[in-house]
Write a protein that binds this ligand. Structure first.
Ligand SMILES: CC(C)(COP(=O)(O)OP(=O)(O)OC[C@H]1O[C@@H](n2cnc3c(N)ncnc32)[C@H](O)[C@@H]1OP(=O)(O)O)[C@@H](O)C(=O)NCCC(=O)NCCS
Length: 183
């Protein structure tokens, strides 16, 4: 069982008691607007329960992590963060994509920046990753600010690359390699 701590947060496996807030988060279509093309939003409590169970099971497979972000003060779920292992190379793992989201009401307090910094340290120092990559819609300005604050480097801008809410929209790709992170 992996538990990562920051000043204000605990990053840990999801647990059954998280379900009510997990459902609130994963079914909030307005807050999760930019995640809607990825099929992770839920539309019933039963679907949220299955999604939560899948997140727990995923961490046992060695293919990456789906973690709960909880407040240290009361261990309440406020978001999610994780990554998938895209490749296992002779020099180490490639994590792609890393992803994150917060419940409505918790934005703009620096929580995701704090959580991403901690997960990058885990990926590079404990999980033998040599590269972590991520991507977002160009319209998602807050997440791009997070990318910049934690040291992700923009590698690509793909024009009209993914369907979202009635239009093909631009996607930005970012990465940070272990040697870049160390310096
Ligand atoms: C994107 C998201 C993860 C950011 O998390 P967060 O904890 O609020 O991020 P932080 O507080 O560390 O930083 C947010 C930055 O965006 C800025 N910001 C917020 N709204 C903004 C806006 N409309 N325009 C410009 N900047 C904005 C904040 O001022 C802050 O920048 P600063 O530190 O320079 O002041 C969060 O908003 C979220 O969960 N959104 C919904 C899900 C989502 O889009 N996930 C990412 C998918 S790739």
């Amino acid at each position: 069982m992996i538990t990562l701590e920051t000043d204000r947060l605990i990053i840990r496996n999801y647990k059954p008691a998280d379900l009510p807030r997990y459902h609130q988060m994963m079914s909030d279509t307005e807050n999760m607007y930019f995640l809607s093309p990825f099929g992770i939003l839920t539309h019933s409590m039963a679907a949220s329960e299955e999604s939560l169970a899948q997140a727990v099971a995923f961490n046992e497979l060695g293919k990456g992590y789906r973690f709960c972000i909880a407040t240290k003060a009361d261990d309440q779920l406020i978001g999610g963060i994780g990554y998938e292992i895209a490749a296992n190379t002779p020099v180490g793992k490639v994590a792609d994509p890393m992803g994150w989201f917060l419940m409505a009401g918790y934005h703009n307090k620096g929580y995701i920046t704090e959580a991403v910094k901690r997960l990058l340290a885990f990926a590079f120092l404990q999980d033998n990753c040599v590269r972590v990559a991520t991507a977002c819609f160009k319209d998602n300005v807050p997440t791009q600010k997070v990318m910049a604050k934690v040291g992700f480097r923009k590698e690509a801008e793909k024009r009209r690359a993914m369907w979202l809410n009635g239009a093909m929209r631009d996607r930005l790709e970012f990465a940070i390699n272990r040697d870049e992170w160390e310096t």
